[in-house]
Design a protein around this ligand. Structure first.
Ligand SMILES: [Zn+2]
Length: 521
Protein backbone atom coordinates (compact mmCIF):
# COMPACT_ATOMS: atom_id res chain seq x y z
CA UNK A 1 0.00 0.00 0.00
CA UNK A 2 1.45 3.42 -0.93
CA UNK A 3 2.81 5.42 2.00
CA UNK A 4 0.41 8.29 1.30
CA UNK A 5 -2.64 6.00 1.63
CA UNK A 6 -1.22 4.59 4.86
CA UNK A 7 -0.80 8.11 6.19
CA UNK A 8 -4.40 8.94 5.27
CA UNK A 9 -5.63 5.79 6.99
CA UNK A 10 -3.60 6.65 10.07
CA UNK A 11 -5.10 10.15 10.08
CA UNK A 12 -8.60 8.69 9.81
CA UNK A 13 -7.91 6.42 12.79
CA UNK A 14 -6.57 9.38 14.76
CA UNK A 15 -9.77 11.31 14.12
CA UNK A 16 -12.10 8.46 15.05
CA UNK A 17 -14.33 8.94 18.09
CA UNK A 18 -13.08 7.64 21.42
CA UNK A 19 -13.19 3.87 21.78
CA UNK A 20 -15.23 2.03 24.33
CA UNK A 21 -18.82 2.68 25.38
CA UNK A 22 -20.05 6.27 25.62
CA UNK A 23 -20.26 7.53 29.21
CA UNK A 24 -23.65 7.00 30.83
CA UNK A 25 -23.64 10.31 32.63
CA UNK A 26 -22.24 13.74 31.84
CA UNK A 27 -21.48 15.54 35.09
CA UNK A 28 -20.66 19.22 35.17
CA UNK A 29 -19.81 21.20 38.30
CA UNK A 30 -19.59 24.98 38.43
CA UNK A 31 -18.07 26.38 41.60
CA UNK A 32 -19.39 29.90 42.04
CA UNK A 33 -16.62 32.53 42.38
CA UNK A 34 -13.65 30.17 42.33
CA UNK A 35 -10.33 31.69 41.33
CA UNK A 36 -7.86 29.52 39.42
CA UNK A 37 -5.09 30.31 41.90
CA UNK A 38 -7.00 28.76 44.83
CA UNK A 39 -6.01 25.33 43.47
CA UNK A 40 -2.31 26.18 43.58
CA UNK A 41 -2.43 28.15 46.81
CA UNK A 42 -3.84 25.33 48.92
CA UNK A 43 -2.82 22.31 46.79
CA UNK A 44 -0.92 20.50 49.60
CA UNK A 45 -4.07 20.55 51.75
CA UNK A 46 -6.42 19.24 49.05
CA UNK A 47 -7.16 15.55 49.52
CA UNK A 48 -10.70 15.12 48.17
CA UNK A 49 -12.44 15.64 44.84
CA UNK A 50 -10.37 18.61 43.70
CA UNK A 51 -7.17 16.67 44.41
CA UNK A 52 -8.53 13.66 42.53
CA UNK A 53 -9.52 15.75 39.51
CA UNK A 54 -6.15 17.53 39.49
CA UNK A 55 -4.51 14.09 39.47
CA UNK A 56 -6.79 12.28 37.02
CA UNK A 57 -8.08 15.04 34.77
CA UNK A 58 -7.01 17.29 31.93
CA UNK A 59 -6.19 20.47 33.83
CA UNK A 60 -6.21 23.74 31.88
CA UNK A 61 -4.11 26.15 33.92
CA UNK A 62 -4.89 29.18 31.73
CA UNK A 63 -8.67 29.11 31.38
CA UNK A 64 -10.74 32.29 31.34
CA UNK A 65 -14.35 33.30 31.36
CA UNK A 66 -13.28 35.45 28.46
CA UNK A 67 -15.87 38.20 28.79
CA UNK A 68 -16.43 41.44 30.66
CA UNK A 69 -19.19 41.83 33.29
CA UNK A 70 -17.94 38.62 34.87
CA UNK A 71 -20.92 37.78 37.05
CA UNK A 72 -22.85 34.65 37.98
CA UNK A 73 -25.58 34.69 35.31
CA UNK A 74 -23.36 35.33 32.28
CA UNK A 75 -20.77 32.87 33.58
CA UNK A 76 -23.30 30.08 34.08
CA UNK A 77 -24.85 30.73 30.66
CA UNK A 78 -21.40 30.15 29.12
CA UNK A 79 -20.31 26.96 30.93
CA UNK A 80 -22.14 24.45 28.70
CA UNK A 81 -23.35 26.56 25.78
CA UNK A 82 -19.98 27.09 24.12
CA UNK A 83 -20.88 30.77 23.74
CA UNK A 84 -20.07 34.04 25.46
CA UNK A 85 -22.71 36.51 26.73
CA UNK A 86 -22.84 38.52 23.48
CA UNK A 87 -24.43 35.38 22.03
CA UNK A 88 -26.36 33.84 24.96
CA UNK A 89 -28.00 37.21 25.73
CA UNK A 90 -27.28 36.72 29.44
CA UNK A 91 -25.32 39.89 30.05
CA UNK A 92 -25.62 40.59 33.76
CA UNK A 93 -27.15 39.19 36.94
CA UNK A 94 -29.79 41.91 36.90
CA UNK A 95 -30.67 40.89 33.33
CA UNK A 96 -30.51 37.17 34.08
CA UNK A 97 -33.26 34.73 35.02
CA UNK A 98 -35.69 36.86 37.05
CA UNK A 99 -38.47 39.33 36.22
CA UNK A 100 -40.74 37.04 34.26
CA UNK A 101 -43.60 36.30 36.61
CA UNK A 102 -45.69 34.53 34.02
CA UNK A 103 -43.48 31.45 33.87
CA UNK A 104 -41.09 32.08 36.73
CA UNK A 105 -43.48 31.68 39.68
CA UNK A 106 -41.91 29.47 42.36
CA UNK A 107 -43.55 26.30 43.66
CA UNK A 108 -44.41 25.92 47.36
CA UNK A 109 -42.34 28.89 48.51
CA UNK A 110 -42.15 32.66 48.20
CA UNK A 111 -39.25 34.23 46.38
CA UNK A 112 -38.20 35.93 43.16
CA UNK A 113 -39.57 34.19 40.07
CA UNK A 114 -37.05 32.69 37.68
CA UNK A 115 -36.89 31.09 34.24
CA UNK A 116 -34.47 31.02 31.27
CA UNK A 117 -36.63 33.38 29.24
CA UNK A 118 -33.71 35.64 28.32
CA UNK A 119 -31.38 32.79 27.29
CA UNK A 120 -30.83 32.66 23.52
CA UNK A 121 -29.85 29.62 21.49
CA UNK A 122 -28.89 26.13 22.58
CA UNK A 123 -26.63 24.39 25.08
CA UNK A 124 -25.02 20.98 25.52
CA UNK A 125 -28.20 19.32 26.75
CA UNK A 126 -30.08 20.38 23.60
CA UNK A 127 -27.34 18.80 21.51
CA UNK A 128 -27.60 15.59 23.56
CA UNK A 129 -31.36 15.53 23.17
CA UNK A 130 -31.06 16.00 19.42
CA UNK A 131 -29.20 12.69 19.30
CA UNK A 132 -31.02 10.94 22.15
CA UNK A 133 -34.57 12.36 22.44
CA UNK A 134 -35.09 10.53 25.74
CA UNK A 135 -32.00 12.06 27.38
CA UNK A 136 -32.74 13.76 30.69
CA UNK A 137 -31.07 16.52 32.66
CA UNK A 138 -30.98 17.34 36.37
CA UNK A 139 -29.54 20.69 37.39
CA UNK A 140 -29.27 21.84 41.01
CA UNK A 141 -27.84 24.85 42.80
CA UNK A 142 -28.41 27.12 45.75
CA UNK A 143 -29.06 29.92 43.21
CA UNK A 144 -31.77 30.05 40.57
CA UNK A 145 -29.39 31.29 37.88
CA UNK A 146 -26.81 28.65 38.84
CA UNK A 147 -29.36 25.88 38.29
CA UNK A 148 -31.19 27.30 35.27
CA UNK A 149 -28.58 28.63 32.86
CA UNK A 150 -26.23 25.62 32.41
CA UNK A 151 -29.10 23.73 30.73
CA UNK A 152 -30.22 26.67 28.60
CA UNK A 153 -33.95 26.72 27.89
CA UNK A 154 -34.52 22.98 28.42
CA UNK A 155 -37.58 22.15 30.54
CA UNK A 156 -35.89 19.54 32.66
CA UNK A 157 -35.48 18.83 36.38
CA UNK A 158 -34.05 22.14 37.63
CA UNK A 159 -33.97 22.94 41.36
CA UNK A 160 -32.59 25.69 43.55
CA UNK A 161 -32.69 26.68 47.21
CA UNK A 162 -35.08 29.34 48.46
CA UNK A 163 -36.18 30.05 52.04
CA UNK A 164 -35.16 26.73 53.52
CA UNK A 165 -36.02 24.35 50.71
CA UNK A 166 -35.24 23.33 47.17
CA UNK A 167 -37.84 24.45 44.69
CA UNK A 168 -38.38 25.09 40.99
CA UNK A 169 -40.63 27.38 38.95
CA UNK A 170 -43.71 26.91 36.78
CA UNK A 171 -41.51 27.11 33.70
CA UNK A 172 -40.41 23.58 34.63
CA UNK A 173 -43.27 21.93 36.50
CA UNK A 174 -46.67 22.38 38.13
CA UNK A 175 -45.66 20.65 41.33
CA UNK A 176 -42.52 19.54 43.13
CA UNK A 177 -41.85 15.82 42.68
CA UNK A 178 -42.16 13.56 45.67
CA UNK A 179 -38.42 12.92 45.96
CA UNK A 180 -37.64 16.64 46.21
CA UNK A 181 -40.38 17.15 48.81
CA UNK A 182 -39.05 14.20 50.78
CA UNK A 183 -35.53 15.59 50.56
CA UNK A 184 -36.72 18.97 51.83
CA UNK A 185 -38.63 17.40 54.70
CA UNK A 186 -35.81 15.09 55.76
CA UNK A 187 -32.76 17.26 55.43
CA UNK A 188 -33.06 20.97 55.23
CA UNK A 189 -34.61 22.23 58.49
CA UNK A 190 -32.75 19.84 60.75
CA UNK A 191 -29.31 20.93 59.63
CA UNK A 192 -29.25 24.60 60.32
CA UNK A 193 -30.20 26.07 63.75
CA UNK A 194 -27.29 26.83 66.05
CA UNK A 195 -24.79 25.09 63.83
CA UNK A 196 -21.15 26.18 64.24
CA UNK A 197 -18.80 26.70 61.35
CA UNK A 198 -15.36 25.97 62.74
CA UNK A 199 -12.05 25.40 61.00
CA UNK A 200 -11.70 22.04 59.27
CA UNK A 201 -7.99 21.77 60.07
CA UNK A 202 -5.84 22.92 62.96
CA UNK A 203 -5.55 26.74 63.03
CA UNK A 204 -1.81 26.45 62.29
CA UNK A 205 -2.72 25.14 58.81
CA UNK A 206 -4.12 28.56 57.83
CA UNK A 207 -1.63 31.28 56.92
CA UNK A 208 -4.35 33.93 56.63
CA UNK A 209 -5.05 36.18 59.63
CA UNK A 210 -8.61 35.70 60.87
CA UNK A 211 -9.37 39.08 62.37
CA UNK A 212 -9.58 41.49 59.43
CA UNK A 213 -12.18 44.07 60.37
CA UNK A 214 -13.10 45.06 56.81
CA UNK A 215 -14.53 41.57 56.29
CA UNK A 216 -18.26 40.80 56.48
CA UNK A 217 -19.29 44.40 57.00
CA UNK A 218 -17.20 44.57 60.18
CA UNK A 219 -19.21 41.99 62.11
CA UNK A 220 -18.80 38.26 62.78
CA UNK A 221 -15.46 38.09 60.96
CA UNK A 222 -13.73 35.64 63.34
CA UNK A 223 -14.21 31.86 63.63
CA UNK A 224 -16.39 30.16 64.73
CA UNK A 225 -19.41 31.44 62.80
CA UNK A 226 -22.62 30.26 64.45
CA UNK A 227 -26.01 30.07 62.73
CA UNK A 228 -29.06 31.58 64.49
CA UNK A 229 -31.15 29.38 66.82
CA UNK A 230 -34.36 30.43 65.08
CA UNK A 231 -35.07 27.86 62.37
CA UNK A 232 -36.31 30.27 59.67
CA UNK A 233 -33.40 32.65 60.24
CA UNK A 234 -31.00 29.70 60.24
CA UNK A 235 -32.43 28.34 56.98
CA UNK A 236 -31.72 31.71 55.35
CA UNK A 237 -28.28 32.06 56.95
CA UNK A 238 -27.36 28.57 55.75
CA UNK A 239 -26.63 29.97 52.29
CA UNK A 240 -23.59 31.75 53.72
CA UNK A 241 -21.99 28.57 54.99
CA UNK A 242 -20.22 25.59 53.41
CA UNK A 243 -23.13 23.29 54.31
CA UNK A 244 -25.38 24.59 51.57
CA UNK A 245 -22.90 23.03 49.13
CA UNK A 246 -23.08 19.65 50.85
CA UNK A 247 -26.89 19.90 50.70
CA UNK A 248 -26.76 20.75 47.00
CA UNK A 249 -24.52 17.76 46.29
CA UNK A 250 -26.73 15.50 48.40
CA UNK A 251 -29.78 16.57 46.39
CA UNK A 252 -27.87 15.92 43.15
CA UNK A 253 -26.93 12.39 44.26
CA UNK A 254 -30.46 11.70 45.46
CA UNK A 255 -31.71 12.83 42.06
CA UNK A 256 -29.31 10.54 40.19
CA UNK A 257 -30.70 7.59 42.19
CA UNK A 258 -34.36 8.56 42.17
CA UNK A 259 -34.44 9.45 38.47
CA UNK A 260 -32.11 6.56 37.59
CA UNK A 261 -30.00 8.90 35.52
CA UNK A 262 -27.53 7.12 33.27
CA UNK A 263 -29.52 3.88 33.17
CA UNK A 264 -31.26 4.14 29.78
CA UNK A 265 -28.46 3.25 27.38
CA UNK A 266 -27.54 6.83 26.48
CA UNK A 267 -25.93 9.64 28.46
CA UNK A 268 -27.97 11.90 30.73
CA UNK A 269 -26.74 15.21 32.14
CA UNK A 270 -26.17 16.20 35.76
CA UNK A 271 -25.25 19.86 36.32
CA UNK A 272 -24.40 21.14 39.79
CA UNK A 273 -23.51 24.67 40.82
CA UNK A 274 -21.99 25.16 44.28
CA UNK A 275 -22.72 28.66 45.54
CA UNK A 276 -21.19 28.95 49.02
CA UNK A 277 -17.75 29.93 47.73
CA UNK A 278 -19.39 33.02 46.20
CA UNK A 279 -21.09 34.03 49.42
CA UNK A 280 -17.98 33.43 51.52
CA UNK A 281 -15.77 35.16 48.94
CA UNK A 282 -17.98 38.25 48.83
CA UNK A 283 -18.30 38.47 52.58
CA UNK A 284 -14.73 37.70 53.64
CA UNK A 285 -12.70 38.12 50.43
CA UNK A 286 -10.34 35.86 48.46
CA UNK A 287 -7.52 36.34 51.01
CA UNK A 288 -9.48 35.30 54.07
CA UNK A 289 -9.23 32.35 56.39
CA UNK A 290 -12.91 31.73 55.65
CA UNK A 291 -12.41 31.23 51.91
CA UNK A 292 -9.44 28.96 52.60
CA UNK A 293 -11.59 26.78 54.83
CA UNK A 294 -14.48 26.87 52.33
CA UNK A 295 -12.22 25.63 49.50
CA UNK A 296 -10.98 22.75 51.69
CA UNK A 297 -14.58 21.82 52.44
CA UNK A 298 -15.63 21.94 48.78
CA UNK A 299 -12.69 19.62 48.08
CA UNK A 300 -13.85 17.13 50.74
CA UNK A 301 -17.51 17.32 49.67
CA UNK A 302 -16.54 16.72 46.04
CA UNK A 303 -14.44 13.74 47.10
CA UNK A 304 -17.44 12.08 48.72
CA UNK A 305 -19.62 13.09 45.77
CA UNK A 306 -17.30 11.49 43.20
CA UNK A 307 -17.00 8.35 45.35
CA UNK A 308 -20.80 8.12 45.34
CA UNK A 309 -20.96 8.60 41.57
CA UNK A 310 -18.41 5.78 41.24
CA UNK A 311 -20.83 3.52 43.07
CA UNK A 312 -23.94 4.76 41.24
CA UNK A 313 -22.70 4.77 37.64
CA UNK A 314 -19.26 3.17 37.84
CA UNK A 315 -15.85 4.88 37.90
CA UNK A 316 -15.71 4.77 34.08
CA UNK A 317 -19.39 5.52 33.64
CA UNK A 318 -19.20 9.29 33.63
CA UNK A 319 -17.24 12.28 32.41
CA UNK A 320 -16.92 15.16 34.82
CA UNK A 321 -15.93 18.76 34.26
CA UNK A 322 -15.29 21.53 36.76
CA UNK A 323 -15.05 25.25 36.19
CA UNK A 324 -16.24 28.54 37.71
CA UNK A 325 -18.56 31.31 36.59
CA UNK A 326 -16.02 34.02 37.54
CA UNK A 327 -13.22 34.88 39.95
CA UNK A 328 -13.02 37.80 42.41
CA UNK A 329 -10.85 40.82 43.22
CA UNK A 330 -9.20 41.22 46.63
CA UNK A 331 -10.69 43.72 49.03
CA UNK A 332 -8.86 46.99 48.21
CA UNK A 333 -8.28 47.20 51.99
CA UNK A 334 -6.26 43.98 51.67
CA UNK A 335 -4.50 44.89 48.41
CA UNK A 336 -3.47 48.31 49.71
CA UNK A 337 -1.68 46.65 52.65
CA UNK A 338 -0.05 44.01 50.43
CA UNK A 339 1.95 45.78 47.79
CA UNK A 340 -0.73 47.82 46.01
CA UNK A 341 -1.09 51.05 48.03
CA UNK A 342 -3.12 52.61 45.20
CA UNK A 343 -5.95 50.06 45.55
CA UNK A 344 -9.32 51.62 46.31
CA UNK A 345 -13.05 51.40 45.72
CA UNK A 346 -15.02 53.36 43.15
CA UNK A 347 -18.64 53.79 44.12
CA UNK A 348 -20.70 53.50 40.91
CA UNK A 349 -23.45 55.75 42.30
CA UNK A 350 -23.41 59.45 41.33
CA UNK A 351 -20.26 59.30 39.23
CA UNK A 352 -21.28 61.85 36.60
CA UNK A 353 -23.50 64.93 36.41
CA UNK A 354 -25.89 64.17 33.53
CA UNK A 355 -27.23 60.99 35.09
CA UNK A 356 -30.56 59.23 34.72
CA UNK A 357 -32.18 61.21 37.55
CA UNK A 358 -31.13 64.54 36.02
CA UNK A 359 -32.51 63.52 32.64
CA UNK A 360 -35.75 62.24 34.20
CA UNK A 361 -36.25 65.60 35.89
CA UNK A 362 -35.82 67.37 32.59
CA UNK A 363 -37.53 64.94 30.18
CA UNK A 364 -39.96 62.95 32.33
CA UNK A 365 -39.72 59.67 34.25
CA UNK A 366 -37.93 57.02 32.19
CA UNK A 367 -34.64 55.14 32.25
CA UNK A 368 -32.95 57.47 29.75
CA UNK A 369 -29.62 55.96 30.56
CA UNK A 370 -28.39 53.22 32.85
CA UNK A 371 -24.95 52.79 34.31
CA UNK A 372 -24.34 49.28 35.59
CA UNK A 373 -21.80 48.82 38.35
CA UNK A 374 -19.86 46.43 36.12
CA UNK A 375 -18.90 49.45 34.00
CA UNK A 376 -21.46 49.47 31.19
CA UNK A 377 -23.40 52.57 30.14
CA UNK A 378 -26.49 52.07 27.98
CA UNK A 379 -28.76 54.82 26.63
CA UNK A 380 -32.17 55.14 25.06
CA UNK A 381 -30.76 56.93 22.04
CA UNK A 382 -33.98 57.25 19.98
CA UNK A 383 -35.88 58.54 23.02
CA UNK A 384 -33.23 61.12 23.84
CA UNK A 385 -32.92 62.22 20.21
CA UNK A 386 -36.71 62.70 20.01
CA UNK A 387 -36.37 65.12 22.96
CA UNK A 388 -33.70 67.07 21.10
CA UNK A 389 -30.82 65.79 23.25
CA UNK A 390 -27.40 65.66 21.60
CA UNK A 391 -26.61 62.11 22.72
CA UNK A 392 -23.04 62.04 21.45
CA UNK A 393 -22.18 65.17 23.37
CA UNK A 394 -23.75 63.79 26.58
CA UNK A 395 -21.81 60.54 26.17
CA UNK A 396 -18.56 62.42 25.47
CA UNK A 397 -18.94 64.48 28.60
CA UNK A 398 -19.67 61.40 30.73
CA UNK A 399 -16.60 59.67 29.25
CA UNK A 400 -14.47 62.71 30.09
CA UNK A 401 -15.78 62.73 33.67
CA UNK A 402 -15.13 58.98 34.07
CA UNK A 403 -11.55 59.30 32.79
CA UNK A 404 -10.76 61.76 35.57
CA UNK A 405 -11.23 59.13 38.31
CA UNK A 406 -7.84 57.74 39.35
CA UNK A 407 -9.37 54.24 39.63
CA UNK A 408 -10.34 54.18 35.94
CA UNK A 409 -7.98 52.43 33.52
CA UNK A 410 -9.85 53.14 30.28
CA UNK A 411 -13.20 54.16 28.86
CA UNK A 412 -14.11 52.38 25.64
CA UNK A 413 -16.78 53.02 23.05
CA UNK A 414 -18.17 50.58 20.47
CA UNK A 415 -15.92 52.33 17.96
CA UNK A 416 -12.74 51.95 20.04
CA UNK A 417 -13.52 48.27 20.63
CA UNK A 418 -14.12 47.68 16.93
CA UNK A 419 -10.68 49.12 16.17
CA UNK A 420 -8.85 47.11 18.86
CA UNK A 421 -6.55 44.15 18.22
CA UNK A 422 -8.48 41.44 20.05
CA UNK A 423 -5.54 39.03 19.95
CA UNK A 424 -3.42 41.26 22.18
CA UNK A 425 -6.00 43.48 23.90
CA UNK A 426 -7.78 41.20 26.39
CA UNK A 427 -9.90 44.01 27.82
CA UNK A 428 -11.31 44.93 24.40
CA UNK A 429 -11.87 41.27 23.51
CA UNK A 430 -13.69 40.62 26.77
CA UNK A 431 -15.98 43.62 26.27
CA UNK A 432 -16.74 42.48 22.72
CA UNK A 433 -17.55 39.00 24.09
CA UNK A 434 -19.88 40.56 26.68
CA UNK A 435 -22.32 42.82 24.86
CA UNK A 436 -24.93 41.56 22.36
CA UNK A 437 -25.39 43.74 19.26
CA UNK A 438 -28.93 44.72 20.29
CA UNK A 439 -27.85 46.18 23.67
CA UNK A 440 -27.58 50.00 23.23
CA UNK A 441 -24.16 50.23 24.89
CA UNK A 442 -22.27 53.51 24.50
CA UNK A 443 -19.45 53.31 27.08
CA UNK A 444 -17.50 50.49 28.66
CA UNK A 445 -15.51 51.51 31.73
CA UNK A 446 -12.64 49.34 32.98
CA UNK A 447 -10.91 49.89 36.31
CA UNK A 448 -7.20 49.53 36.99
CA UNK A 449 -5.96 46.30 38.58
CA UNK A 450 -6.77 45.99 42.33
CA UNK A 451 -9.54 48.60 42.07
CA UNK A 452 -13.13 47.53 42.69
CA UNK A 453 -16.59 48.86 41.93
CA UNK A 454 -18.54 49.28 45.12
CA UNK A 455 -18.70 51.01 48.44
CA UNK A 456 -16.64 48.64 50.52
CA UNK A 457 -19.26 46.34 52.01
CA UNK A 458 -18.16 43.20 50.16
CA UNK A 459 -15.41 41.94 47.85
CA UNK A 460 -16.40 42.26 44.19
CA UNK A 461 -16.05 40.76 40.75
CA UNK A 462 -17.45 41.75 37.37
CA UNK A 463 -14.49 43.30 35.60
CA UNK A 464 -12.64 42.10 32.49
CA UNK A 465 -9.48 41.57 34.61
CA UNK A 466 -7.60 38.32 35.10
CA UNK A 467 -8.55 38.37 38.81
CA UNK A 468 -12.23 38.19 37.86
CA UNK A 469 -12.00 35.94 34.78
CA UNK A 470 -9.21 33.39 35.43
CA UNK A 471 -10.92 30.19 36.56
CA UNK A 472 -10.19 26.45 36.80
CA UNK A 473 -11.12 24.19 33.91
CA UNK A 474 -10.73 20.46 34.46
CA UNK A 475 -12.20 17.57 32.48
CA UNK A 476 -11.87 13.95 33.57
CA UNK A 477 -13.24 10.56 32.62
CA UNK A 478 -13.16 8.07 29.76
CA UNK A 479 -11.73 9.58 26.59
CA UNK A 480 -9.81 12.33 28.40
CA UNK A 481 -6.03 12.53 28.27
CA UNK A 482 -4.94 13.56 31.77
CA UNK A 483 -2.25 16.17 32.24
CA UNK A 484 -1.59 19.83 32.72
CA UNK A 485 -2.27 21.99 29.67
CA UNK A 486 -0.58 25.39 29.61
CA UNK A 487 -2.26 26.93 26.56
CA UNK A 488 -4.75 29.76 27.00
CA UNK A 489 -8.33 28.51 26.63
CA UNK A 490 -11.79 29.89 27.40
CA UNK A 491 -14.69 28.43 29.34
CA UNK A 492 -16.70 28.57 26.11
CA UNK A 493 -14.46 25.69 24.96
CA UNK A 494 -15.94 23.36 27.56
CA UNK A 495 -19.35 22.74 25.91
CA UNK A 496 -17.98 21.67 22.52
CA UNK A 497 -15.26 19.58 24.20
CA UNK A 498 -17.73 17.60 26.31
CA UNK A 499 -19.94 17.30 23.22
CA UNK A 500 -17.03 15.73 21.31
CA UNK A 501 -16.34 13.39 24.24
CA UNK A 502 -19.87 11.99 24.27
CA UNK A 503 -20.34 12.07 20.50
CA UNK A 504 -22.85 14.88 19.95
CA UNK A 505 -22.71 17.82 17.58
CA UNK A 506 -23.48 21.44 18.52
CA UNK A 507 -26.60 22.78 16.85
CA UNK A 508 -25.23 26.24 16.14
CA UNK A 509 -22.09 28.23 15.63
CA UNK A 510 -20.06 28.51 18.84
CA UNK A 511 -17.40 30.80 20.25
CA UNK A 512 -15.53 27.86 21.79
CA UNK A 513 -13.52 25.09 20.16
CA UNK A 514 -13.00 21.42 20.96
CA UNK A 515 -9.98 21.10 23.25
CA UNK A 516 -8.81 18.16 21.15
CA UNK A 517 -5.35 18.23 22.74
CA UNK A 518 -6.97 16.70 25.84
CA UNK A 519 -8.97 14.00 24.06
CA UNK A 520 -7.55 10.49 23.76
CA UNK A 521 -7.98 9.22 20.23
ZN1 LIG B 1 -21.14 33.83 40.72
Amino acid sequence: MPARVLALLAAAVLQAPPRGPAPRLVVHITIDQFRADYLDRWRPQLSGGLARLLRQGAVFAEAYQDHAMSETAPGHATVLSGRNPWSTGIVRNSLGVTDNNETGELLDVNGPGASPWRFRGTALFDWMQARWPDARALSVSRKDRGAILPVGRARQQVYWYQSGQFTTSRYYADSLPRWVRDFNAALVPARAPGRRWDLLLDAAAYAEPDSMDYEHGGRDFVFPHVLPRDSAAAADALVGTPWVDSLTLALALDGVSQLRLGSAGHPDLLAVSLSATDYVGHAFGPDSREIHDQVLRVDRYLGAFLDSLDRLVGPDGYVVSVTADHGVTSYPEYASRHGHPEAQWLNPVGLFRVDSAALAQRLGPHRWLRFFETGLLVVDRPGLVSHGVDVDSVVRSIAAEMRRYPQVLRVDTPESLAAADTATDAVARRWLHAVPPDVPAVLMVTLKPHMAWGSGDEAQHGQPTDDDTHVPLIIAGPGVKPGRYAGRVQVADLGPTVAALVGVVPLERLDGRVLSEALAR
